[in-house]
Design a protein around this ligand. Structure first.
Ligand SMILES: *Cc1c(COP(=O)(O)O)cnc(C)c1O
Length: 434
């Protein structure tokens, strides 16, 4: 059995996290319940930050808040000295409401609206990562209307796509995001943003994928970009102050996943960039990265209560929990795999193989297929590990199921950071026919 962070078994033989008994959490806050191990989030954040500091490289580690965006999480990111990526007006609003320093907020997205861009400029956020030609024109118009200046990065697609254990080199990247580096689009975009005096063009950004377990893809992307930068220095006298290599660092969901520590990605990236910079006689840029999943993913678990079961003789046994695709859509969306234990007897011998079903009216609403478990009984608590990223943030009200509460645990204390939705919340925006 694999335990993340402060997760373990206490004297009562119950699953414990952050020094708090998980059964107490389930009893006090109800189920389903998202629980976050705050010290593990801190450990992950400082792992990335330290790796840059140790090598004296100017850097920003920006938490990609789409992985899990709430006021308390944004405040935790601020406490840890992270910067923050947002991809919508809603995430930006959350960040500002949490009191996050605007100058450390970066705004991403392939279709930012006029309202979102205005909101970003009005709040003087740190930079806007420009994605396409439409956005260049829109942002120029807004800057002129407001007599505003803004820092920008250009998002480029370096022709590398990374997947879990491999990467694909594509001549011309087929992606909805960014300016293609190879076909001249990025160069055209650069000319357009350099020509507009209210833009301070900080540099380039790329994000090559997610749940990546190797450094190769990042190094290849860095190489492609720095080669272009060398070309652009000679051609148009552009020098990047910032090289942003995105996020996508992989985590362990199941025993098949073997992640490398944050420091290893960072030191490999630094080494490669330094080498390239020297090779092309460029100034060392700041290096920015954008971890989302790897900061919060394995720090989160979901507690469910077990209800009905169904035996299909000689086929499988279904065990149903009081949540499902409404609080974790990842298994249904992309066959994501998870591990789980019974929180009231985590060390009991596994005696059967069961499949964990959600309660939504959808056959595809399965959380885990073929999970070895001890014999489970009604009202046992199932703890599903590693649900901290893209769980709550993708939660929905399908079947009018209220979204679960979120609790932070640390040093024996539990703090409610998102209240459980109520039935009243569900119809709050509904209007009667008459
Ligand atoms: C989603 C995203 C990230 C974070 O990805 P993770 O896999 O969660 O680390 C970082 N940067 C950009 C631009 C993204 O879209």
């Amino acid at each position: 059995m694999y335990f993340y962070g402060t997760t373990g078994v206490n004297k009562q033989g119950h699953l414990e996290i952050g020094g708090v008994d998980s059964l107490e959490l389930a009893k006090n806050f109800g189920t389903p319940l998202y629980v976050y191990d705050v010290s593990l989030i801190r450990e992950r954040a400082s792992g990335f930050k330290k790796a840059f500091a140790e090598q004296n490289v100017k850097a920003q580690v920006a938490y990609a808040s789409k992985a899990f965006s709430t006021v308390a999480m944004v405040q935790l990111a601020e406490e840890e000295g992270l910067s923050l990526d947002v991809v919508s007006g809603g995430e930006l609003y959350t960040a500002l409401a949490a009191g996050f320093p605007a100058e450390r907020i970066h705004f991403h997205g392939n279709n930012k609206s006029r309202e979102e861009l205005e909101m970003a400029l009005d709040n003087q956020i740190g930079c806007i990562v420009i994605d396409n030609f439409y956005e260049i024109e829109l942002l120029k118009t807004i800057c002129l209307e407001k007599s505003a200046k803004v820092n920008v990065l250009l998002r480029v697609t370096p022709g590398i796509e990374a997947h879990t254990h491999d990467y694909i080199l594509t001549g011309q990247e087929d992606s909805k995001f960014g300016f293609d580096l190879q076909n001249g689009q990025a160069e055209k975009a650069l000319a357009a943003v350099m020509a507009f005096e209210s833009f301070d063009v900080l540099g380039l950004h790329c994000h090559i994928g997610s749940q990546i377990f190797e450094t190769t893809g990042f190094l290849l992307a860095a190489r492609k970009i720095v080669e272009k930068l060398a070309e652009w220095k000679a051609k148009v006298a552009f020098e990047a102050k910032v090289l942003n290599l995105g996020g996508g660092f992989g985590i362990r969901y199941t025993k098949e996943d073997e992640p490398i520590p944050p420091s290893q990605y960072v030191s490999a990236i630094i080494k490669e960039v330094k080498l390239l910079i020297e090779q092309y006689s460029l100034e060392m840029p700041e290096i920015w990265i954008e971890p989302g999943r790897s900061l919060v993913g394995d720090a989160g678990m979901t507690l469910y209560k077990i209800g009905s079961s169904k035996d299909v003789p000689n086929v499988r046994k279904y065990l149903a929990v009081d949540g499902g695709m409404s609080d974790n859509i990842r298994p249904a969306l992309y066959q994501a795999k998870y591990e789980a234990v019974l929180a009231n007897k985590p060390l009991a011998q596994n005696t059967e193989t069961v499949s964990i079903a959600g309660k939504c009216c959808e056959s595809g609403d399965m959380l885990i297929w073929d999970l070895p478990l001890p014999r489970a009984e009604e009202d046992d608590i199932l703890a599903v590990f590693c649900t901290g990223a893209y769980g709550y943030s993708m939660a929905n009200n399908y079947n009018r199921i209220p979204r679960p509460a979120v609790v932070f645990v640390e040093n024996g204390n539990a703090t409610l950071v998102v209240k459980r939705e109520t039935y009243e919340d569900l119809i709050k925006h509904d209007l009667p026919l008459k």
